[in-house]
Design a protein around this ligand. Sequence first.
Ligand code: NAP
Length: 281
Amino acid sequence: MIILDGKNLSAKIKDEVKADASSYKKTPLLAVILVGEDEASKIYINNKRKACEYVGMSFLLIHFNDGTSEDKIVKKIKSLNKDESINGIIVQLPLPKQYNKDRLLNTISPEKDVDGLGNYSQARLLSGNPNFVPCTALGILEIFDYYKINLEGKNVCVVGRSNLVGKPTMLMCLKRNATCTICHSKTKNLSDYTKNADILIVCTGKKHLIDESMIKKDAIIIDVGITKEDGVLYGDVNPNVDNKCSYKTPVPGGVGPMTVCMLLKNTMIAYKRQNGIKDEE
Ligand code: NAP
C-alpha cells in the first residue's frame, strides 16, 4: 500500500505559492471571520494564519463575540467586500447555532469567496464551470494529480454529502469523467456501494466507519474524516484496510494539510483575478 502523503505535498505546494506571492508588489490578504469561542475553530484559524505567514500573505482575523447581531456581521462582510486590499474572505464554520450560516456565506462577494461555499460558487460547480472550488475537494484533486491517479471511467464512491466536502468532491470527480455514487447516513447496505469503488472517498466524521470487508481489493482510499478522542485523531477508515487497498491517505497527514494549502491557492487565484493577472493555474 502506498501512502498518499498530503503533508509533504502541501509543503511543496506552499513553497510554490510562496514563490508566486513574492513575485508581486502588493501582498495578498485573507480575511477570516470568527464568531464565538469554538476551540477547534481557533486551532484551525491558527493553522491558516501560520500558513499565510509562511507564504508571505497577510492575514486579518475579525473576531465577533457570540451574541453580536447578525446584521453587524453582515455589515462588516459588506465593507470587506468593498475593501480593495482584501482578496479573500471566509467565515469560519461552525457558527453558533443562532446565526444564519447561508446569509453570512452569501454576503461574501463571489470574487472573494475563497472557500467556495456561497450559492454562486456552488452553482458554478454544479454547472461544471467552477468559480472557487471548496478547499478539501481541491486538495483531494491535487493528491490525485500528484500521484497520477486518473479518474476517467473509474467508479468513485463518496460517503458523505455535505456542501463543504462530499458534494463538491463528487462533482469534481464527475468533471474528471469518473462514474460517481454518493452515499449518506440513510444509505441502505453501504458496503454494496463501497465495495464497488475503485476510489473510495469517505467524509463522514464517523471513526472507522469503513473496514477491510467494505472495500474492493486494490481500492484507492481517501480518508477525509477526523474524530478526536483523548487527544488522538482518527479517520473514518479502519487501519485494517492497509493490506487490501493500493493507496491511502493517512489521518493525520493526508487530506487535512492539503485543505489549508488550497485556501492559500484560492486566495492567490482571487488576488490575480482582482488585479487582472492572467495565468491562474
Ligand atoms: P457533515 O456536514 O457532518 O457531513 C457528514 C456526512 O456524512 C453527511 O452527509 C452524513 O449523512 C454522512 N454520514 C454520517 N454518518 C454516516 C454513516 N453512518 N454512513 C454513511 N454516511 C454517514 O460533515 P463535513 O463537514 O462534511 O465533514 C466530514 C468529516 O470530514 C468530519 O470529520 C470533518 O471534521 C472532516 N473534515 C476534514 C477536513 C480535512 O481537511 N481533512 C475538512 C473538512 C472536514 P446525512 O447527510 O444523511 O446526515
